[in-house]
Design a protein around this ligand. Structure first.
Ligand SMILES: [Zn+2]
Length: 102
């Protein structure tokens, strides 16, 4: 059976929902202090149309760090705001829609 997108009803290979999602989301990347002097990098605002799981995998691979998903938030171990932004840009997210702080 063919894979149909349940949002637009088109076959998955024709569906642009994920691309539209990338263009309309405002993504917030923040480096936050955690207990014991640790820093984590939080990426929020990705929206439900973004494949958070494969994006997290991509980030962890390129940044060589641990990471977890909390709902639609990605939490990476360590300070990665700047590099994480570069990776999101390479993934097709728009520069003006990424708020990396500072
Ligand atoms: Zn679709």
């Amino acid at each position: 059976m063919e894979d149909i997108c349940n949002k637009c009803g088109l076959p998955k290979n024709l569906c642009v929902c994920q691309d539209i999602a990338k263009e309309s989301q405002k993504i917030k990347i923040r480096e936050l202090p955690r207990r014991f002097g640790k820093i984590i990098t939080s990426i929020r605002g990705l929206g439900s149309d973004v494949d958070v799981e494969s994006l997290t995998k991509e980030l962890k691979t390129h940044l060589a760090c641990g990471g977890t998903i909390k709902g639609t938030e990605i939490i990476l171990q360590g300070k990665h705001a700047r590099k994480a932004k570069e990776i999101l840009l390479k993934q097709g997210f728009k520069e003006e829609l990424i708020d990396a702080g500072r």
